[in-house]
Design a protein around this ligand. Structure first.
Ligand code: IPM
Ligand code: MG
Length: 347
């Protein structure tokens, strides 16, 4: 029986993961769940955001369903003790280098998007974000100069192996979709980006059936709101992918709608909504559970080969939205629980 590690974390994490769990339970698949603390919640009880037992469970699991981490109470701690260190640590320890973030507009959500309806309607894209390298994981330092001036340093770095493997995920993803890959970098300024572009071009020779384009990240950010329908698959580095995926989420109505899958070189994956812990609405039964529910669907598809139940979940979310179910972020009044009920009713 597949083992699912449930890591609820902080803020709205436990609420949205609870919703995802209800939907999974309704499908009555043979799944075994084990829960462990992570993030600020783990720091409070165990003094560290990613306790060894939590990491051990994550390693053993066939898939990890993750809520969110982040708690302003811990922002002043040294970086390795902050809640965010937990998710970064998991990605690195499990070598989950490929983050897939699909963004499409669910019919009915046109009004929730700040874009004009006819523009929003055309959005159906996947961001393939590199997740274990870049400026996120390069050496960091702080120092005070002899003159007493404070200085901060983060090193942006990629090697060609890291770039080639994420490029392949991008090409493979595009091949299964509409055959269009856009690689996003800042090669006009950054050396890491020039290497990125060179390596992507080399890998492209293995994928002559995929149409490749390169865009600078500033232009990509602009194109995403100007004409997002032009994008099929976007492949990009860790930092640019973080930023562009938040932008894409808003274009389809709400960050509360975007799931993600983080994969390594085998079938084990970590599945999480792309939104954070939203401390301002935590514990109020107000969060949109759709991103977490759709993350559970991705988990069934990619780690557990349950393609049909995954489709059922996605269809149920779409049906609930089409029938008018809306949480506050989508301009509605439903609670987390009531939105989950609406999805379950459509299942
Ligand atoms: C995300 C989040 C994380 C990231 C934070 C919580 C460290 O913003 O998954 O997009 O920057 O990767
Ligand atoms: Mg982010």
């Amino acid at each position: 029986m597949p083992l699912i590690a449930l890591l609820p974390g902080d803020g709205i994490g436990p609420e949205v993961l609870g919703a995802a769990r209800r939907v999974l339970d309704a499908l009555a698949l043979d799944l075994h769940f084990e829960e462990a603390p992570i993030g600020g919640a783990a720091y409070l009880t165990q003094g560290q955001p990613l306790p060894p037992d939590t990491l051990a469970l994550a390693r053993r699991a066939d898939a990890i369903l993750f809520g969110a981490v982040g708690d302003p109470r811990f922002d002043a701690l040294e970086r390795r003790l902050r809640p965010e260190a937990a998710i970064l640590g998991l990605r690195r320890e499990l070598q989950l280098f490929a983050n897939l973030r699909p963004a499409r507009l669910f019919p009915g959500l046109e009004d929730a998007s700040p874009l004009k309806s006819e523009i929003a309607r055309g959005i159906d894209l996947v961001i393939v974000r590199e997740l274990t390298g870049d400026i996120y994981f390069g050496p960091k330092s702080r120092r005070t100069t002899e003159e007493g001036m404070r200085e901060g340093n983060d090193l942006m770095r990629y090697d060609e192996i890291e770039i080639a493997r994420i490029a392949r995920v991008g090409f493979e993803t595009a091949r299964r979709r509409r055959g269009k890959l856009t690689s996003v970098d800042k090669a006009n300024v950054l050396e890491t980006s020039q290497l990125w572009r060179d390596v992507v071009d080399e890998v492209a020779e293995e994928y002559e059936d995929v149409a490749l384009a390169h865009l600078y990240v500033d232009n990509a950010a602009m194109q995403l709101v100007r004409a997002p329908g032009q994008f099929d698959v976007i492949v990009t580095g860790n930092l640019f992918g973080d930023i562009l995926s938040d932008e894409a989420s808003m274009c389809v109505g709400s960050i509360g709608m975007l799931p993600s899958a983080s994969m390594g070189s085998n079938k084990q994956g970590l599945y999480e909504p792309i939104h954070g812990s939203a401390p301002d609405i935590a514990g109020q039964d107000q969060a949109n559970p759709c991103a977490a529910i759709l993350s559970a669907a991705m988990m069934l598809r990619y780690s557990l080969a349950f393609a049909e139940p995954a489709e059922r979940i996605e269809a149920a979310v779409a049906a609930a939205i089409a029938r008018g179910a809306r949480t506050a972020d989508l301009g509605g009044t439903l609670s987390t629980g009531a939105m989950t009920d609406a999805v379950l009713a459509a299942l």
